[in-house]
Design a binder for this molecule. Sequence first.
Ligand SMILES: [Zn+2]
Length: 290
Amino acid sequence: MAGPRRRTVRDLRRNNRATVLRKLYFDGPLSRQELGPLTALSSGSISNVVSELVADGLLEEAGSVDSDGGRPRTLLRVTPRCGHLAGVDIGETRVRVELFDLTLNELARVDAPLPDGHHDAQDVVRIVAAGLAQVLGEAKVAPDALIGVGIGVPGIVDASDAGGAVGAVVHGQAIGWDAVPLEAMLRDCGELPSELPLFVDNGAKTLGLAEMWFGAGRGARTAVVTLIGSGVGACVIADGVPYQGSSGSAGEWGHTTLQVGGRRCRCGARGCLEAYVGAEALLERWRESG
Ligand SMILES: [Zn+2]
């Protein structure tokens, strides 16, 4: 009978590496001395983990700072070119694909406009695959140097089988997507490395997370980040974590009823917030007002 899994020395080492990398990724550059209190690891552990990560090419030195009367302290940071990430924004009017180094410096970007209301899922998959190939080519980065692709989409994402056979499924009423298995379609298109991790989520949520990591939300534990464009969405961060709601729909702010029996919304309901402040709605109301 299998007992509870015991934490091995290897688990501990991996945790320590992840803790140090995470701290340096979000708050670096930092010295070894600063890492101690920030990670609650002993100076010996910090020293070992840092040596390993430097030897693996994941960390590098980034200058030094004076310490009071003592030897200058060497600063450490995550090595920008030790890995690459791609971000894909499937919007209502265009698909944007961007390639970044590990510290999120943008290396290349492609924008592909989507013809009016034309969101055939198979076409979008082809555009995403072609966009990824193009940014990798422009930045001269090998596909196997990509460590993951994040994909923001309009609508509700069912990620209960993310990474599995079905993968993440998108319910995007505004773009006519009804249970589109986007993750599986991208995997099956034959143009992405087979083991490449794909992360599909609602576009307002990905925007919210980015703001929390590197934007206006840095250091905050509670925040609401709103996206007002063609669609209207929001990301609610509670205690540092995006609030998902029971069905992953917590960010569907645009379809909150503002006025009972009000303006017709693209979702079919009446009086949604989006029917008043979404880009299309604003233009329509402007025309109506003469
Ligand atoms: Zn609506």
